[in-house]
Write a protein that binds this ligand. Structure first.
Ligand code: DLL
Length: 433
């Protein structure tokens, strides 16, 4: 049985990857310069043309694309082909303002399917697997992206869609589902519902899960593996780059391999906007070099990570990135202290009595900020009485103070008070503004 979906592409020597990136990048810069008035104007303002790209480092001379550029050019202003020549148009829901649109030409579907099939193969999925897709199959890129990947690989897809958790569990049992796709927070919802109705997911045929679309901690990954009896793998991507498929985990479960022959990744200092060397943490910037309907150049993703190249025991030579624990937009500043929700998650999940259902609430109290963390305990803990719950609150408070340096109001709330996720979980409520 083959070890890689695309051995040649996934194990190329670094020099060969770079040579192919340079050629594809040149093609893409010319493509957008000639076809997208926005890019022509932007490049001209910066005094660069595609001919100025002599080597990969020259990419840093080109301007960034940012989220508001997509909003300002909504819906099709950044398309390099007329919308009627696209075979698909997706959009991200977006919490504020207009959604982000993404067009796909015929060859973009092939590119996407290829990247997804690599993700699946690396996770251990094979053509005889039955994959249950709990991502919403609509405008969101998760659902149809995972569908495309399953079809490309030749496995079986059960398009269950989001929600209807009890029915999902019945399908897992009746269809002998072996693979589950969804957000990490939905995996928890599933595991919890299964326990409630007396189904032990560890005794089903489930063996692999591919999760993504939201940040999750290493502790959360282990929790999911344990509760579902599966290997929890990961997919990373975003609507602006076509959806999931940008990067994927391998059997090493350390970091994600970037599909470098499709996307060029850079890390910049979010404040100075200067490129940072490999190994340093900063903001991810991506350029799609094989997409045709809407290839974005130097797109500032806002996700924080680190890039590194190391010989991976899986045999892939593709550049690696750390799992994305936070978006720069997610950073809360509470009484002057920087706080990422993932830090709270890691602390909570190290406490055995606590469940991964939590919400962080920030509000104003006079001139000061007030940080509150509501969390549920594991079900059986509630039987131990109020005193035990207060004790747990104290432990959490103490840890948060010790690790982050903030005083938090911690409440162990009754079971099921925290809203269960069917897609991307909402972990933060900021009531200060
Ligand atoms: O969430 C695409 C996707 C679907 C990826 C399914 C993986 C699986 P958007 O809705 O545009 O696209 O959201 C993109 O979600 O910038 C990250 O902040 C976050 N994100 C996506 N994957 C991961 C991940 C899809 N594996 C935004 N870890 C990105 C952490 C992730 N954050």
């Amino acid at each position: 049985m083959k070890k890689f979906w695309n051995e040649k592409a996934e194990t190329m020597p670094e020099e060969a990857i770079k040579a192919s990136q340079l050629a594809k990048l040149r093609e893409t810069l010319t493509w957008v310069y000639e076809r997208v008035p926005f890019y022509r104007a932007r490049f001209n303002e910066h005094g660069v043309t595609p001919e100025d790209l002599k080597n990969l480092e020259d990419l840093a001379r080109f301007p960034f694309t940012i989220k508001s550029d997509l909003r300002d050019n909504y819906p099709f202003g950044l398309f390099a082909v007329p919308p009627e020549q696209c075979v698909r148009i997706h959009a991200s829901s977006g919490t504020t303002g207009k959604p982000i649109t993404g067009g796909y030409a015929r060859e973009d579907m092939d590119q996407w399917g290829e990247c997804m099939a690599r993700t699946f193969w690396a996770a251990g999925i094979r053509p005889n697997d039955i994959c249950q897709n709990t991502y919403t199959m609509g405008l969101f890129t998760g659902g149809l992206g995972f569908l495309l990947g399953t079809e490309t690989l030749g496995a079986t897809l059960v398009p269950a869609g989001a929600g209807q958790t009890e029915r999902q569990i019945i399908l897992i049992q009746d269809f002998k589902t072996t693979v589950i796709f969804g957000t990490p927070s939905y995996a928890l919802t599933l595991a919890e519902k299964a326990a409630e109705i007396g189904v032990d997911l560890r005794e089903t045929f489930l063996r692999i899960g591919i999760f993504g679309a939201e940040p999750w901690s290493e502790e959360m990954r282990r929790e999911i593996e344990e509760r579902m009896g599966i290997t929890a793998m990961e997919s990373y991507g975003l609507t602006e780059m076509g959806g999931p498929g940008v990067a994927f985990s391998c059997a090493e479960k350390r970091g994600l391999h970037i599909n470098e022959d499709h996307f060029i990744a850079e890390i910049i200092d979010p404040v100075t906007e200067e490129p940072l060397p490999l190994g340093e943490k900063g903001e991810l910037v991506l350029t799609a070099i094989r997409r045709r309907a809407m290839p974005l150049v130097r797109y500032r993703v806002r996700d924080l990570t680190r890039l590194y190249r190391e010989p991976c025991a899986c045999g892939r030579t593709l550049l690696k990135m750390d799992r994305v624990a936070a978006r720069s937009d997610d950073m809360l500043i509470v009484n002057g202290v920087n706080l990422y929700p993932s830090q709270i998650e890691s602390i909570l999940l190290e406490i055995p009595e606590v469940s991964p259902q939590y919400v962080i609430v920030v509000s104003k109290k006079g001139y000061l900020d007030r940080l509150a963390v509501d969390v549920e305990a594991r079900r059986e803990i509630y039987d131990l009485g109020e005193e035990k719950l207060r004790e747990i609150e104290e432990v959490i408070r103490h840890r948060i103070k010790g690790v982050i340096g903030l005083s938090a109001h911690v409440r162990v709330v009754p079971y099921k008070v925290i809203e269960r996720s069917e897609g991307k979980a909402r972990r933060v409520v900021d009531n200060r503004h």
